[in-house]
Every structure is written in structure tokens, then in C-alpha cells.
Ligand binder design. Sequence first.
Ligand code: HEC
Length: 110
Amino acid sequence: MSRTSIVAIIAVASLLALGTATATTKSIRLPADGVQLKSSSLPGFNTAVHNCVACHSAEYMLYQPPTAARPYWDSMVKRMKVVFKAPIDDADMPAIVDYLVKTYGNEQPK
Ligand code: HEC
């Protein structure tokens, strides 16, 4: 065996040893996602569950002003689709907006 191949074997062996040493199992713990969309009998509730909490918590809705009117929620839903590529069907939008404005916006029951 030549000197270079021995060097090569040692190099490969030490790389393998390094590899196994760093291949320990790691785990991460995500914070609990406690905030769910407020339950409602409005048809848009289920649609919102399927379209609005895949990327972020429903907590985001709570941070919106309760005085926000229908056009605000309408542009919010459109923004999610246009800017963030949320796969929301245009046909589902009116029901989602209706649910949002009546649950988090200025059409909430007093
Ligand atoms: C494809 C992923 C995705 C989906 C699906 C999605 N969002 Fe978002 N949303 C985002 C991102 C990204 C942000 C802004 C970045 C951040 O702060 O995390 C955001 C932010 C928000 C905010 C905070 C205010 C703001 O303008 O940043 C609200 C409210 C919101 N989304 C509502 C909704 C609603 C309602 C739906 C369903 C119609 C929805 N989101 C669906 C990705 C998504």
C-alpha cells in the first residue's frame, strides 16, 4: 500500500469518526399553540379553520383592532393570498371575511 493511500484512508476514517460523534439526536420543543379560532356557527368558521391557521396561530386575529370593519378584513384575507401565497379559494373569501368581521371586527354582537 502506498503512503498516499494510507494517508487517504486515515483522512476518511477520521471524517467518519467525526460524523458519528456529531450525529446525536436533537429535539426541539415548540411553544404550545394555545390560541384557536373562536368557535362560531357562521359558515365561515370552518373555512377559516381550514385556511387561516396553517401558517400562524389564531392569536394574530386577537391583535387586530375590534373596530376593524369589513373592508379591513377583506384586504387582510386578500393580503394573505397575494403576499404570502395562502392557498385560499376566491369563492371561500366572502364567508371567511364575514366570520372574521363578526368574530373579531366591528360587527361583533354587543
Ligand atoms: C401561507 C401562509 C399563511 C396563511 C395560510 C395565512 N396567513 Fe396570515 N400571515 C402570514 C404571514 C407570513 C404573516 C406575517 C408575518 C408574521 O408576522 O408572521 C401573516 C400575518 C397575519 C396577520 C397579522 C397582521 C398582519 O397584517 O401581519 C393576520 C391578522 C393574519 N395573518 C390573518 C390571516 C387570515 C384571516 C388568514 C386566512 C384567510 C391567514 N392569515 C392565512 C401567513 C399566512
